[in-house]
Design a protein around this ligand. Structure first.
Ligand code: MD3
Ligand code: FE
Length: 213
């Protein structure tokens, strides 16, 4: 389903086994060298979503190899299997040789893993801390949420609300890469505990930072 040019939603893309494996991997990263944390914003606020990163550590509004706002440790390596998963996601959304991007050339180097409890939200924002305009791949597991897709000009209307459920893939590339978007609510208790997530929602976004050591 193409929601906007370059924004493709593929409901139920992940198998139950892939969802369980991703939950297990994310759980290990959450207690890894850089523990999952509520990100502090420069204005003094604290995000209601908890985040752990692999490959590069995101902090407002930059990426670093080290978690300068947590414990200074180096983040876990971005695993090769996740690069392959990102390429399969791009191929699914755009085909292997779209005008937008050849899936085989897509090499994500960071993933932001967001955990939402029933009260967590993510305000409308653009993702522009990356120095690359390569597509962002999003994978959702657990509780269903309302995902709000806006426009590139303002953080306000017009926007479209979409439900993202467990197993859903979303790819944002081309003209959709800099759309405002957010998560205004999570439908608590809608996830299947068989994923290994007893409650809440997990979202994994793969990106290309455009950075090099
Ligand atoms: C549209 N995460 O981590 S994923 C984020 O569900 C973020 O946790 C949300 O927004 C979440 O920055 C939404 C879908 C998504 C991710 C990146 C995008 C949509 C996007 C980048 C550009 C446009
Ligand atoms: Fe975002």
């Amino acid at each position: 389903l193409e929601v906007a040019p370059g924004a493709v939603h593929v409901p139920g893309w992940l198998t139950p086994q892939q969802q369980r494996d991703l939950v297990a991997a994310c759980r290990a990263w959450a207690v890894g060298p850089v523990p999952i944390r509520y990100t502090r914003l420069p204005n003094g606020g604290v995000m209601s979503v908890r985040t752990v990163c692999v490959g590069w550590h995101w902090l407002p509004y930059r990426y670093s190899r080290t978690a300068d706002d947590v414990n200074g440790a180096r983040v876990a390596e971005f695993p090769r299997w996740m690069v392959e998963l990102g390429r399969r996601a791009l191929a699914e959304a755009y085909g292997n040789e779209s005008a937008e991007w050849a899936a085989a050339d897509y090499t994500p180097d960071t993933a932001l893993i967001n955990f939402y409890d029933g009260a967590a939200k993510l305000g409308m924002h653009q993702d522009k801390d990356e120095k690359s305009s390569a597509p962002v791949v999003s994978l959702s597991i657990g509780d269903t949420c309302v995902f709000r897709v806006g426009n590139t000009a303002t953080r306000t209307r017009p926007y479209t609300d979409i439900e993202l459920a467990s197993g859903d893939l979303f790819v944002f590339g081309g003209p959709s890469r800099y759309l405002y978007h957010g998560v205004p609510r999570v439908h608590e208790g809608t996830g299947d505990p068989a994923t290994g997530l007893r409650s809440g929602r997990l979202n994994i976004t793969m990106r290309v930072t455009g950075l090099h050591d």
